[in-house]
Structures are given as C-alpha cells and as structure tokens.
Design a protein around this ligand. Structure first.
Ligand SMILES: NC(=O)c1ccc[n+]([C@@H]2O[C@H](COP(=O)([O-])OP(=O)(O)OC[C@H]3O[C@@H](n4cnc5c(N)ncnc54)[C@H](OP(=O)(O)O)[C@@H]3O)[C@@H](O)[C@H]2O)c1
Length: 364
C-alpha cells in the first residue's frame, strides 16, 4: 500500500478554497483509495494507492456523505482486472468504489437532510458526493446501520434470492453451501434451514465450523482444510446425497458436490471465489455427466437482477433477525486505512460473517 498523497500534493501548496462548512469532527482533507495497479493473480497491497484530496463539494442534486462503514466484497477482485466480468473494470488511478453506509453532511437539493444515514455505492474514502437518486436512506428500525451492508444489504439479498428462487430447498432436502461462514453463505444456510432442509456447509477453519453448527444451527459443516477427500467428507455429512447446492467457491469442492447430486437437484452458482485469483483459465467443469443422470439444473444468478424486489427481501430478513430466526456476524476492521487488508483477508478466509471497515462514528 503506497501513500501517494504527499507525492501528489506538492509541499507548500495552498489548498484551493473549499465551500464546505467544516462541521464538528469533520476533517479538512479526504483520504481516497485509488486503484494503483492491476493485480496479477493474488492481489497485494501495491494494488491500493492512498491519495489525499480536498473534501468534495456536492453539485446540484448531490449530497456530501461522510463514510461510517465501508464494505469490502469478493466481486471487487473482478473490477480490479481488465478481464471480462459482470462488473465493469475500474481504471488504474481511479477511486475504488464500495457499498458505504454514511451520514449526510451537506445536501445540495439531494432530498436528504444533514445527519441522515444513507447507503450507496461510493468511493473508498472519508467523504464522497453522490446524486440523491443513487442514495437510499437506512432505516434504523431494521437493525444496526452496519447491517445495511451485510445481512440486510446486498449479501443478505444474494442469500435470500439465491436460496429461495434458484436453489429452492424443500422440506427434507439436503442443502449444501460453500463459504458457509461468510456473509452470503451464513445467511443462505439459515434460510435453507427455515425451509425445512438439512443443511451442510463447507468452511475453512474449526472456528468457522463451530460458528455455523453451534450458533447458526447448520446440521453439519466440513472444514475443507482438514481433508483432501471432499467427496468422502460430504458423503458422511450428507448420506442422502445433495438436492440443492449454493456455490460460493467453485473448484474441487464443487466437483465433489456435483458427484453427489441427486435427481432433480438444483445448483445456484453464486460465486467462484477459489478461482478469482487464478492466472490461467481453469479446466472444467468436469463433473457434467452427473447432470445427465440427475437431470439437475445449474443456474448462475446475479443479485442485481432481483433489485425490483430488494425492499421486500430486506423486510423479510429484518423480520427474521428481529424474531431470532436468523443470526448474523460481522468482522469489523477499524479505520479507512485498514480497508486494503480487510479486502485481501477475504481471500485468506480471515472474516467470519460480513467483512466491514468502520471508518468513523456518527456525530452525536
Ligand atoms: N451472484 C451474486 O450476485 C453475488 C453477490 C454477492 C456475492 N457473490 C459471491 O458470493 C461469494 C461469497 O461472497 P461473500 O461476500 O459472502 O464473501 P465471504 O464468504 O464473506 O468471504 C469470502 C470467503 O470465501 C472463502 N474463500 C476464500 N478463498 C477461498 C478458496 N480458495 N476456496 C474456498 N473458499 C475460499 C473464505 O472462507 P473460508 O475460510 O471458508 O475459506 C472467505 O472468508 C463470493 O464468491 C462472491 O463473489 C455473488
């Protein structure tokens, strides 16, 4: 990670006049993370370049938002690369963008009041401007404001729609989910459980296995780092085979799950994180003959396709949280400067539940 601010602003430069009235607790400079370079394979800290800029001014119809929480997500790896992906690539030297929960500092006809808590896709920065039309108010009655980036935000909705409308677990089914202790997987497994399925997860540590089995009520969870024979481990945990599979990971674990698919199984391809840093196109999928025998359906999906029904999903997830029907966890690093490590940690399995970065406290 390189701090580029000092290079970009010559020492002794006078900062241009900034019309933003500095409120209590508001910094006069804005730290912004830029894409320093495109990663080859597994990204490292050189991908992130820290710049210091003036706090931007909101244009007509825009609000100035102070970042409180910032989300780091696996799909951002795709945006760092120029390769074709469903997410448009970021340009080198451009600010990185993320789901943010923040506080409106100033509104220039954006339809918000100072102090409103909003969420939107903003820069990895202390402050950012956005058109009011691209911001949504966070309803504190739904849950703590950070959950708007996790269980009540994009990852929660991914779990909700991917489970209910793509994997479609039914009572008595065996539902398997990879990345079981992560933001999406932990919620997907609990929703499947509410549907009456037997739920088996794959996760990367004993601590995660304990979390999904003991706290979230999964029927079983396999620590995939403790076995080389995923198929044998899954046969034991899912003796009746697999009826619904929610795939966050891909690779050899998915190969093993395919071998155990039952007739009419449904596979929801949500993510393939084990392949995001691959430098060569992986071979496969290799287990397709199993699809002929089982007439299984394999379907990729994108949460954004369900956007028109996002509000209904959030309401339902919030109801489940408030009634205790589903639980969630967040892993939170402190300070904007911790965002690169928080992002890189996703590929090392450092997070349990949703990985967030806490950037600032709300103004009292
Ligand atoms: N389709 C959509 O619209 C959509 C929307 C959101 C997210 N997604 C996808 O859903 C998946 C989960 O996202 P998330 O936000 O919930 O992330 P997450 O699961 O909270 O974090 C990523 C987790 O992936 C696991 N992992 C990392 N490298 C791995 C590898 N090589 N093999 C196996 N597991 C690995 C790690 O857990 P372990 O310790 O268990 O390895 C890590 O904690 C990602 O693939 C993401 O791209 C898709």
């Amino acid at each position: 990670m390189r701090a580029a601010g000092s290079e970009r602003r010559r020492s002794g430069d006078q900062r241009p006049f900034c019309r933003v009235v500095l409120r209590r607790g508001m910094a006069d400079t804005n730290r912004v993370f830029l894409l320093g370079e495109r990663p080859e394979g597994t990204p490292d800290r050189d991908v992130f370049e820290l710049d210091e800029r003036d706090v931007p001014e909101p244009g007509p119809g825009e609000a100035l938002v102070r970042t409180l929480y910032l989300s780091v997500d696996p799909y951002m790896r795709g945006r760092m690369s120029a390769a074709e992906s469903y997410a448009e690539p970021w340009g080198v030297g451009e600010p990185l963008r993320a789901g943010v929960v923040g506080e409106v500092v100033e509104s220039n006809g954006a339809g918000f009041e100072p102090g409103d808590v909003v969420t939107g896709r903003l820069q990895w920065a202390d402050y950012a401007t956005a058109p009011g039309t691209e911001l949504r108010e966070v309803d504190p009655d739904h849950g703590p404001i950070s959950t708007a980036l996790g269980v009540l935000g994009m990852p929660g909705r991914t779990a909700y729609f991917g489970t209910r409308e793509v994997a479609e677990p039914k009572p008595g089914d065996t539902f398997v989910v990879t990345g079981a202790a992560g933001a999406v997987g932990s919620v997907a497994g609990q929703i499947a459980k509410l549907s009456g399925a037997r739920v088996v997860g794959f996760a990367g540590s004993d601590e995660k296995v304990e979390f999904v089995e003991d706290d979230l009520g999964f029927d079983a969870c396999i620590n995939y780092n403790e076995t080389d024979d995923y198929r044998a481990a899954l046969s034991e945990a899912a003796p009746d085979g697999v009826d619904a599979y929610f795939d966050n990971v891909g690779g050899p674990i998915t190969d093993a799950v395919f071998e155990l698919l039952n007739v009419d199984a449904r596979v929801a391809v949500c993510g393939q994180i084990s392949l995001y840093n691959a430098t060569e196109t992986p071979t496969g999928p290799r287990k397709l003959p199993r699809l002929i025998a089982t007439r299984a359906r394999v379907e990729g999906f994108l949460v954004r396709d369900f956007e028109p029904r996002a509000e209904a999903a959030t309401e339902q997830l919030s109801e489940w949280i408030q009634s205790g029907a589903i639980d969630y966890r967040e892993t939170v690093t402190e300070g904007l400067e911790s965002a690169p490590d928080a992002f890189l940690g996703l590929f090392e399995g450092e997070n349990i539940g949703k990985q967030l970065v806490k950037v600032a406290d709300r103004e009292e």
